[in-house]
Design a protein around this ligand. Structure first.
Ligand SMILES: Nc1ncnc2c1ncn2[C@@H]1O[C@H](COP(=O)(O)OP(=O)(O)OP(=O)(O)O)[C@@H](O)[C@H]1O
Length: 248
């Protein structure tokens, strides 16, 4: 089966169960949001997928292959990427230079024997394409520290795509972004490569309902329900348990 699957994923910290029998699948092209109240286990789930945490039991498959035994770096190489965080941006370097870094790193790892000039030309073309895709061309030569927060988040996304992921986890892409700039984030998500499988963990329901085609609701570490945005908006249990409740 193509894409990412989890089968019966469980995680406990001592007596505290934070992931309960999570079985889901994320196919190429999916735009799936994972929502749930604070402490529901969303971050824990993302950490299980990226390999930061090891599950207590259960399986994680990528294209049908069990990747549960792989460490974080190997999972990135296998095609699972989570967005770089703003704290990892080189703030004094330009947007273009920041985007160049993960591309150079990828090429160094791939040990492809390009003629140097061809390789450099290819890299520069890729940087320009990413700048254009994320509407960053006019800002390309500015130091990242001079950008608005929402624009810095676009730089993170562009850098993550240099890893050529097949599965992309966007962990709170709109966190800290003023609502006047949230269209930058929704625009960037909508412009992601069509065949990428995208999992969006997000508190901002407006953004979730704009970009997700499927929504998974997590409560107490377990999947309460999964459905289209219309299903979820109409689900009384979700409204009672989550959407009506106060969260940040
Ligand atoms: N390393 C840890 N050790 C013990 N308990 C932990 C650890 N990490 C998370 N937890 C607990 O696991 C539960 C789920 O936390 P998690 O951060 O995954 O939830 P979340 O849905 O991402 O919440 P939020 O929306 O607030 O980010 C919480 O009760 C949390 O206190």
């Amino acid at each position: 089966m193509k894409g990412l699957q989890t089968k019966g994923l469980n995680k406990s910290f001592g007596g505290l169960i934070v992931a309960r029998d999570i079985t889901l699948s994320l196919q190429p092209g999916d735009r799936t949001a994972l929502i749930g109240p604070n402490g529901a286990g969303k971050t824990t789930f993302s950490n299980l997928i990226t390999g930061i945490l090891k599950p207590t039991s259960g399986q994680i498959l990528l294209d049908g292959r069990d990747i549960g035994g792989l460490g974080e770096a190997a999972r990135v190489r296998a095609g699972i990427a989570k967005t770089f965080q703003i704290t990892t941006l080189f703030k004094h370097l330009s947007v273009r230079e920041n985007i160049r870094l993960p591309i150079l790193e990828r090429e160094r790892r791939a040990l492809r024997f390009w003629h140097r000039a061809d390789r450099d030309k290819g890299i520069e073309a890729e940087i320009e394409a990413q700048l254009a895709a994320f509407t960053l061309l006019p800002l390309a030569d500015k130091p990242v520290q001079d950008l608005a927060y929402g624009q810095q988040r676009l730089v993170e996304m562009a850098m993550t795509l240099a890893l050529k992921p097949r599965v992309l986890i966007l962990d709170e892409p709109a966190a800290g972004v003023p609502s006047s700039d949230s269209h930058l984030i929704t625009g960037a998500i909508e412009a992601l490569p069509a065949d990428l499988a995208v999992l969006i963990i997000e508190h901002d329901m407006k953004l979730v309902f704009q970009v997700a085609r499927s929504i998974i609701v997590l409560v107490n570490g377990a999947i309460l329900t999964q459905g289209t945005p219309a299903d979820i908006a109409a689900n009384q249990q979700v409204r009672d348990l989550y959407l009506g409740a106060h969260h940040d």
